[in-house]
Ligand binder design. Structure first.
Ligand SMILES: *Cc1c(COP(=O)(O)O)cnc(C)c1O
Length: 403
């Protein structure tokens, strides 16, 4: 991979995002094969990496999409996903946006009682999914743990009686139950516990044909990190699910919405060393990027493995890797790297999920290009931004007098 990254850096310049499409294909296949149930649908959570070529790859794989905004839905439709393969799972949107998406014919998930009532009054026949907050603590940190009791997501499991009353009085067509407990769940038991709860809720609604267990599959950022063992989870879970369907004589489609699992380890972020700065306490490596391009280390305290691909045999030394943004943007503190020299290429691993999609133009810097490697061929899938891209919506009013 390092040779490919080096060549890509030469061709497209740095900083640069590179995605290994074959890794995505293998992640998707492993996930799909882990479950043995009659009807399984994977909806790739596209906020992780929303590039149109990546969406197209998922479409070709037979995946559906999980979209959290009207815009993500429109992108999915643009690359050819069928509306019924898209699940729209927004949080806190206004009814106008929800209506516009519903009219496109996607599957929709209702995340609060106020919306449920509006949908019931205006579109009682439209099949909906109800997002339940199971109040089970999962998730690697407070920002990404979304299923606990104080989370803003979902309808509390304790409000099921209220949901049932609305559903019955307004004749709402509940097609599915949805739950997403957060990202980075280590304990696979959490999934099984959530599933059991969801089964008991499904019993309350007659017409259920879909159970969506969201995501939260933990992947490895560090070599010794705990991670979700998808094949053993799949085995244990499939049995439980099949037993449920059989006992209750129900024909249910099982859905998942993995984002990070599908694309994180397929991504590489290639940066170049601008400056080595010795201080009294450490050696700074200043690279030609910053929190504007990769914010996970600063936002989530996330660990990203870094490799000096220009000097793989250099002596290991301790460095503090920092960005070039006028803000403290530390990528890694006290990190052992093969000796780093100015102009070396430093590569961040696991740069597929929530990296490019969380980037910004802070400091008026431009977003890097994105490149996809498929079967050893390199394809540019988004160009480096220009200053013109960045200001095209700005308007300077033609005033007679400014001051
Ligand atoms: C973000 C999100 C996901 C994907 O989470 P990952 O941790 O990236 O797998 C799935 N479902 C919903 C509703 C989400 O908001």
């Amino acid at each position: 991979m390092n040779n490919i990254l080096q060549a890509a850096a030469e061709e497209f310049g740095t900083p640069l995002y590179v995605y290994d499409a074959n890794q995505i294909i293998s992640n998707y296949t492993a996930f799909k094969n882990a479950f043995s149930v009659k009807k399984l649908k994977i909806h790739y959570a596209c906020k992780a990496l929303t590039n149109l070529s990546i969406l197209t790859l998922f479409k070709e794989l037979g995946s559906g999409l999980d979209c959290v905004s009207e815009q993500e839905v429109l992108l999915g439709l643009k690359v050819g996903f069928a509306p019924e393969d898209i699940i729209y799972t927004p949080n806190g949107v206004d009814f106008e946006e929800f209506e516009r998406v519903l009219k496109l014919g996607t599957k929709v998930t209702v995340d609060n009682l106020s919306l449920l009532e509006k949908v019931g009054v205006n579109y009682p026949k439209y099949p909906i999914h109800i997002r339940i907050n199971p109040h089970i603590m999962g998730g690697g940190n407070a920002k990404i743990s979304v299923g606990h009791i104080d989370s803003k997501f979902g309808i509390s499991i304790h409000q099921i009686p209220h949901v049932s009353r609305l559903v019955k009085s307004l004749n709402i067509n509940v097609e599915g139950i949805h739950v997403h407990t957060g990202s980075d769940i280590i304990d696979t038991d959490v999934f099984i516990r959530v599933a059991d709860l969801i089964f008991s809720i499904a019993d309350e609604f007659e017409g259920i044909t879909s159970i969506d267990l969201g995501s939260g599959f933990k992947i490895q950022y560090k070599q010794d990190d705990m991670f979700t063992d998808i094949s053993s989870l799949g085995k244990a879970f499939s049995k439980r699910f099949n037993d449920y369907c059989k006992t209750k004589d129900r024909d249910i489609t099982l859905r998942f919405e993995p984002g990070k699992y599908m694309v994180s380890n397929a991504g590489y972020f290639v940066s170049k060393v601008n400056v080595i700065k010795q201080t009294t306490s450490c050696t700074f490596v200043g690279i030609n990027t910053g929190l504007n391009h990769l914010i996970r280390p600063m936002f989530y305290n996330a660990y990203h493995h870094i490799e000096n691909i220009s000097n793989p045999d250099g002596l290991k030394k301790l460095y503090s890797v920092v960005g070039n943004i006028c803000e403290t943007d530390t990528f890694a503190d006290n990190r052992l790297l093969n000796e780093v020299r100015e102009d070396d290429l430093l590569v961040f691993k696991n740069a597929g999920a929530y990296c490019y999609t969380m980037s910004s133009n802070y400091n008026s810097r431009l977003r890097p290009p994105e490149v996809m490697i498929l079967n050893d061929e390199t394809h540019l899938i988004s160009k480096r931004e220009t200053l013109e891209d960045n200001i095209k919506n700005q308007v300077i009013p033609a005033l007679d007098q400014w001051v």
